[in-house]
Design a protein around this ligand. Structure first.
Ligand code: AP5
Ligand code: MG
Length: 213
């Protein structure tokens, strides 16, 4: 099963991916998470990517396509995977098509999380992430059991550095200019399904109706 999660910044891609991982037991591949891990580990890729991420811009396609190609060469993807935040423009979608073709794989479904734009800034400004394991919370919609502490690994939860208002507005603008085109790209291939993105359980229910238990 190969699932692509499309959606604006803050639409809930990471949150829904977490639920899909548990249900289908396949890995969650988020290019944003890969870049942040690289930055945490002070790799050259991490340092380069951070220059773009901090401004809310896309990391160059050539680098992004390379890291996805490498990630998809790992053994754990043999039963499928969930892509979150990749592809992000037509150029990346075409690069992905080539990678999939080479492995003889086909996309099962592209799920577009169609969260209304006016909810995005509130979602992102209230988001907290675990500084250790990256688990995602929200100060109103998905609270930690103990304030400021991750439920899973008990480390402090923090705000992502690119979750400030200026960067968020740039991220949404880039989504509108580049990523939204992917809705038509996958719709024309007959692969697209839309879900509402309103609450996490409701969105999950809609996703299960599309993909099956
Ligand atoms: P990335 O990390 O992918 O960020 P993003 O696309 O901006 O998306 P987010 O992670 O902000 O949102 P999300 O949709 O995952 O929402 P979440 O589930 O956390 O990318 C970061 C940067 O890396 C990019 O700006 C770019 O620079 C670079 N990058 C990454 N991929 C790249 C690529 N392919 N090419 C080039 N550059 C790339 O939810 C948000 C909040 O809302 C949470 O607090 C959550 O609890 C809450 N919430 C979620 N769903 C719901 C719901 N249904 N109801 C209520 N609350 C909800
Ligand atoms: Mg995310």
């Amino acid at each position: 099963m190969i699932i692509i999660l499309l959606g604006a910044p803050g639409a809930g891609k990471g949150s829904q991916a977490e639920l899909l991982v548990k249900r289908y037991n396949i890995p969650h591949i988020s290019t944003g998470d890969i870049f942040r891990d690289n930055f945490k580990n002070e790799t050259p890729i991490g340092k380069l990517a951070k220059e773009y991420i901090d401004k809310g811009q896309l990391v160059p396609d050539s680098l992004t396509n390379d890291i996805v190609r490498e990630r998809l060469s790992a053994k754990d993807v043999s039963n499928g995977f969930i892509l979150d935040g990749y592809p992000r423009n037509i150029n990346q979608a075409e690069a992905l098509d080539k990678i999939l073709k080479r492995f003889g794989w086909e996309i099962t479904r592209v799920i577009n999380i169609a969260t209304p734009l006016d909810l995005l800034v509130k979602r992102i400004s209230g988001r907290r992430v675990c500084s250790n394991c990256g688990a995602v919370y929200h100060i109103e919609n998905k609270k930690t059991k103990h304030e400021g502490i991750c439920d899973i690994c008990f480390n402090p939860v923090v705000q992502r550095e690119d979750d400030n208002e200026q960067t968020v507005l740039t991220r949404i603008k880039i989504y509108e200019e580049q990523t939204k085109d992917l809705i038509d790209y996958y719709n024309e291939k007959g692969l697209l399904s839309n879900v509402s993105g309103i609450t996490i359980p409701q969105t999950d229910k809609e996703v299960v109706e599309i993909l099956g238990e």
